[in-house]
Design a binder for this molecule. Structure first.
Ligand code: HEC
Length: 223
């Protein structure tokens, strides 16, 4: 019993010393005092849209991303999934099967031109010759859209390149909606064929007729 009593009194003395020490530090106006749970007072300040590097207790490093990656299969509102994968096979499929749902008209092409001025002109240049101020500085400048092996790219391939990027060109899928990308396709084709799209090789008689009609309506419009 005596032993217990003496233990209690030793604890009491230690306790009062602790209180004395902690209360002393409170006299320092700049001291934050004892922080029992510093994490609660000082939450880690993470910036939005940033990556931070943290050092683990074993000395290794980890990167933490403030924005969490969405659950697989998440579709952002207003964004349609593009069913062609970023693979050689996906490209072949897109070349053949991805078709522009937008009408090739002046309004859509004009809106494509506006987007081109914001997202593409600095690399590809105003006329698509690959002579934009940034494009010229790249180790591999973008080839002209009118280069022999580029001029006949299908609309599906153009769309695919805008979505996934190519070489030094980054993917633009997260920057542009599908509609905006299709408008850009119209404008890139306009730069490739300023005098109008060539008639597709197959079924030329039908397309010729359409072309004649288009020309007529154009002249009507300018009158
Ligand atoms: C950072 C500069 C850069 C930007 C911005 C950029 N591109 Fe590109 N683009 C390139 C480069 C470089 C290539 C050539 C890639 C290769 O073949 O290695 C290329 C290739 C292409 C091609 C394939 C045809 C060709 O000329 O090689 C198309 C089509 C294209 N870009 C369209 C666009 C469109 C549309 C935009 C705007 C949404 C855009 N690019 C934005 C640099 C850029």
């Amino acid at each position: 019993m005596k032993k217990v009593k003496s233990i209690i009194s030793v604890m009491a003395v230690l306790g009062s010393i602790t209180i004395a020490v902690t209360s002393c530090s409170k006299h320092d106006a700049n001291s934050p005092g004892v922080e029992y749970m510093p994490d609660m007072y000082r939450s880690p300040s993470l910036e939005t849209n940033s990556f931070s590097v943290i050092k683990n207790s074993d000395g290794s490093f980890d990167t933490i991303q403030t924005n969490r990656i969405p659950v697989a299969g998440t579709i952002a509102r207003g964004y349609l999934p593009f069913p062609y994968a970023n693979t050689a096979e996906g490209l072949e499929q897109a070349k053949l099967n991805a078709h522009n749902p937008l009408e090739r008209n002046e309004m859509n092409t004009k809106q494509g031109e506006e987007l081109y001025g914001k997202y593409c002109v600095h690399c590809h240049g105003a006329t698509g010759q690959g002579d934009g101020l940034v494009g010229q500085k790249l180790a591999g400048a973008p080839p002209p859209y009118t280069q022999a092996d580029k001029i006949n790219m299908t609309e599906g391939e153009l769309f695919y390149i805008i979505a996934y990027g190519r070489g030094y060109m980054g993917p633009h899928a997260s920057l542009l909606t599908q509609e905006e990308r299709w408008k850009l396709v119209l404008y890139v084709q306009h730069l490739q064929h300023p005098d109008g799209m060539p008639a597709p090789a197959a079924d030329s008689s039908a397309t010729k007729e359409v072309k004649v009609k288009e020309k007529k309506s154009k002249t009507k419009g300018t009158k």
